[in-house]
Design a protein around this ligand. Structure first.
Ligand SMILES: Nc1ccn([C@@H]2O[C@H](COP(=O)(O)O)[C@@H](O)[C@H]2O)c(=O)n1
Ligand code: CDI
Length: 160
């Protein structure tokens, strides 16, 4: 019988004015963007942590330190490819991913198909196995003030 594991990931990044906003591998046109050592793709970071957690392989900062210049400004799609390779080394394959982005603006619904396409390609899975959802924080707290963006992800991985 196949062995199945569940994983959970969370990430948060600051939003800064006039900064590029990369989410799910898509460049969002907006007045501010997520700031970090990499491209600060909070959705991909949550997904990476869910996958690593499911495989009991520590977390994203353990593998890609935010003091290492190799990862400075890197596309998080590349980090996701690395994570999937780490799982493959242990014979894990991804079952499905379900993610939630908490962001006041902009609306991301129109961009979700493109995000799924990028993530599916980087992870080597079907778009049908990737779910991305979004909510605002109803104008409350740091998300509501557009000071930050948060993402959560869960995944299943299996080993035949
Ligand atoms: N950044 C966002 C936030 C939300 N959405 C979509 O809008 C719906 C309503 O959001 P509420 O927070 O007002 O409940 C939500 O269910 C998402 O479909 C979005 O696309 N981008
Ligand atoms: C991805 C890494 C590495 O470039 O940097 P950030 O973009 O700052 O992202 P974060 O989610 O804070 O932590 C993981 C980091 O190690």
């Amino acid at each position: 019988m196949a062995k199945i594991k569940v994983g959970f990931g969370f990430d948060v990044h600051q939003l800064k004015a006039q900064h590029p906003f990369i989410l799910g591998g898509v460049h969002l046109e907006h007045t501010s963007g997520a700031y970090g050592h990499s491209d600060a793709d909070v959705l991909l970071h949550a997904i990476c942590d869910a996958l690593l957690g499911a495989a009991n392989l520590r977390d994203i900062g353990f593998h890609f330190s935010n003091t290492d210049n190799r990862w400075k400004g890197i596309s998080s799609l590349v980090l996701l490819q690395h994570v999937v390779a780490l799982l493959a080394d242990k014979s894990w394959v991804i079952g499905n991913i379900d993610a939630m982005v908490c962001l006041e603006a902009p609306k991301i619904n129109p961009h979700i198909p493109a995000m799924k396409t990028h993530i599916a390609k980087a992870a080597g899975i079907s778009e049908e196995d990737i779910s991305i959802k979004a909510t605002t924080n109803e104008q409350m707290g740091f998300i509501g003030r557009e000071e930050g963006v948060v993402a959560y992800a869960v995944c299943l991985i299996e080993r035949p």
